[in-house]
Design a protein around this ligand. Structure first.
Ligand code: MF3
Ligand code: CO
Ligand code: CO
Length: 271
């Protein structure tokens, strides 16, 4: 097995799918308020993807080996939930933080992205974890260019997380993406610089670090999907789908409503 290289036409399809996935997050932003249920957010996103965008929500009935089919169209992971939170009757309340993870399929191509949302006013610990995790994602993205080793991405992320007193979840990783939701390579969010395959133009994969405020250990809930921290500490995650270009990288899931770049990147761009 090997890492697929997308040709220019395929890259154009990935741009379309990526932008649409980002736009679902833009669309849902004003609805993430105290009192809304995660099930209502799922329903709104589902209808937007299907009716407004003409997309298929990739999570719905997704059933990788060893899993029951995923029952909803988005993932909504609240507070100590790490990832794959299954939307339901839980009402969000002020002070909660929630990751919404969107994957669309358009013309057979996937776009996968997630953001953290504050429900009302976040506590300072939740805010700090959310901001550092956002920086972790961008630290990983920033090293992407031809010649980079895959392990350089994980090393950059792990360094930033641990320097700030946080831990990196090991059991889940970023992934190649294209016609398939999850394909090669596995993009670890920890590891050693200089290890792993060398990046080449035309590769597309996600970078989606899950960072915990406490220990890195996780546990799966009885629904077979929702992953939580074992110690119930807060967890945060951000995700983009990225293309390796001749010059470096292109983020395929950027959209108008995405937060500003972290300082270490915007200063570089201005210099
Ligand atoms: N979107 C997740 C990812 O980033 C995968 C969700 S699988 C689901 O890879 F079935 F839970 F939706
Ligand atoms: Co992903
Ligand atoms: Co995702």
């Amino acid at each position: 097995m090997s890492i697929s290289i997308k040709n220019p036409e395929e890259i154009e399809q990935m741009r379309i799918a990526g932008r649409l996935a980002g736009e679902v997050l833009d669309y849902i932003t004003p609805f993430v308020k105290p009192g809304v249920t995660t099930g209502e957010l799922d329903r709104l996103c589902h209808d937007y993807m299907v009716d407004a965008q003409g997309c298929v929500p990739a999570p719905l009935n997704y059933a990788p080996p060893g899993h029951v089919p995923y029952p909803k169209s988005i993932c909504a992971s609240v507070n100590h939930q790490v990832c794959h939170g299954v939307p339901g009757d839980r009402k969000l309340k002020s002070g909660d933080v929630v990751n919404l993870d969107i994957t669309v399929i358009k013309n057979g191509w996937h776009g996968d992205t997630s953001r953290m949302f504050y429900v009302g006013e976040p506590g300072i610990q939740a805010r700090r974890l959310t901001e550092i995790t956002y920086e972790c994602m961008w630290k990983g993205i920033a090293v992407v260019r031809p010649g980079t080793h895959l392990g350089d991405i994980g090393a950059a992320i792990q360094k930033h997380a641990e320097q700030n007193g946080y831990t990196v979840v090991r059991e889940f990783c970023g992934h190649g993406i294209g016609r398939k939701f999850h394909e090669e390579p596995q993009v670890l969010h920890y590891g050693k610089a200089g290890t792993g395959p060398v990046l080449q133009p035309g590769m597309t994969f996600t970078i989606e670090p899950m960072i915990n405020a406490g220990r890195r250990d996780i546990r799966m809930l009885g629904d077979g999907w929702t992953v939580v921290t074992k110690d119930h500490s807060l967890s945060a995650q951000w995700e983009h789908t990225v293309l390796v270009t001749e010059a470096g990288y292109e983020v395929l899931t950027q959209s108008a409503g995405a937060p500003a770049l972290p300082l270490f990147l915007s200063e570089k761009a201005a210099a």
